[in-house]
Design a protein around this ligand. Structure first.
Ligand SMILES: NC(=O)c1ccc[n+]([C@@H]2O[C@H](COP(=O)([O-])OP(=O)(O)OC[C@H]3O[C@@H](n4cnc5c(N)ncnc54)[C@H](O)[C@@H]3O)[C@@H](O)[C@H]2O)c1
Length: 326
């Protein structure tokens, strides 16, 4: 393993902050670059350097790469609400594609060796089978399309500028690690929303669509613990020591419907949860469950907390300790 200086872009956010901590524990030196538009200063590990900056400002990116002496960049910064991307696609293409061009251009100018990109299951078409890297690519929402475009850009930055890259397609990130948990503002993810309904922070949880072609009619997703996502980043950086690129899925391979997740939350919290049946939301694929065989084989990745009960329980512990978020 090569110990590196790493710039973690979006490292004040949910997955970026947890990954930063794991990188530090693995011996790397981490500098977080984040505009704090969605992230939390308190989530950044104490041992990380912090530069408050915005991807919209190329000079700030360049200064951060110089100051951090980064050899690798991890790119977590994005707008992440699939539903909103179906209302305001321009906002998503500008933020997720346009600003990533600024970052990639700066990385090329600074001769960055390795780049790890947070992609998503939303690049794939829904499928009844486990989704592998060769499954049909067909985003159901504009958010997924923005990620797919960045994946394609990376290929060219790799070929032309020699940047080695890992594209990690997360399925549904969930759970908490120590003092770091999920506190998106606004929150659009099922597990924190359900737990907020259990804790009384919100009065109810809306189930968007009960007429999907799934056994109970609600959408099915593959939930993966953020500690397991984080460890894949550490492994991906090692992998790029001896390889030029990899694109792989990160999930547990088990699908849970919205109703099943609510049932798990009822069990874990022991609290009542009021459910409101709502119409389908634009851009929701019925079923997205990963095959992560490639990540397991190539990266040596092995999720350590695959059980949905453990994932929900870790999120509940964090929420109980942080009732109003950070
Ligand atoms: N949460 C999930 O389930 C999930 C699933 C698949 C993929 N992803 C991807 O993982 C990444 C991280 O997701 P997350 O849940 O941690 O999101 P998050 O919103 O918690 O973190 C994103 C961070 O990026 C920062 N940021 C946004 N725009 C910026 C800009 N212009 N300049 C500097 N910083 C900026 C925000 O302040 C925030 O701290 C995203 O790229 C997302 O698309 C997330």
């Amino acid at each position: 393993m090569t110990i590196m200086n790493i710039l973690v872009v979006g490292g004040a956010g949910y997955i970026g902050s947890a990954t930063s901590q794991l990188l530090i524990e693995a011996g790397h030196t981490v500098t977080v670059f984040d505009n704090l538009s969605r992230g939390h200063r308190e989530a950044i590990p104490a041992a990380a350097n912090f530069i408050r900056g915005d991807l919209a400002n190329p000079q700030e990116i360049s200064d951060a790469l110089t100051q951090s002496e980064a050899a690798a960049v991890l790119h977590f910064a994005a707008l992440i609400e699939a539903g909103e991307s179906m209302v305001n696609p321009a906002k998503y293409f500008r933020a997720n594609v346009g600003l990533t061009i600024n970052l990639l251009e700066a990385c090329a100018n600074h001769h960055i060796e390795k780049f790890v990109f947070s992609s998503t299951a939303a690049v794939f078409a829904a499928s009844d089978d486990p989704i592998s890297e060769t499954s049909v690519i067909a985003p159901a929402n504009a958010y997924g399309e923005t990620k797919l475009i960045v994946e394609k850009m990376l290929r060219w930055f790799g070929e032309i500028h020699g940047i080695k890259y890992a594209v990690l397609r997360y399925f549904n990130a969930a759970g908490a690690v120590g003092p770091r948990g999920e506190a998106h503002q606004p929150e659009s993810h099922l597990i924190p929303l359900v737990l907020q309904a259990a804790s009384g922070v919100r009065s109810s949880i809306s189930v968007f669509g009960s007429d999907y072609p799934t056994p109970d009619g609600t959408c099915i997703r593959d939930y993966i613990h953020i500690a397991d996502l984080g460890s894949a980043h550490v492994l991906a950086l090692d992998y790029l020591d001896s390889h030029d690129k990899i694109t792989c899925n990160l999930g547990n391979g088990s699908g849970y419907s919205v109703r099943e997740v609510i049932d798990v939350a009822l069990e874990v919290t022991g609290k009542p949860i009021k459910v409101i049946e709502s119409p389908r939301r634009a851009g929701d694929a019925p079923r997205l469950v990963a095959s992560s065989a490639l990540a397991r084989r190539e990266l040596g990745w092995l999720p350590k907390q695959p059980a949905i009960q453990d994932i929900v329980a870790s999120a509940w512990r964090w929420m109980s300790a942080h009732p109003s978020g950070y």
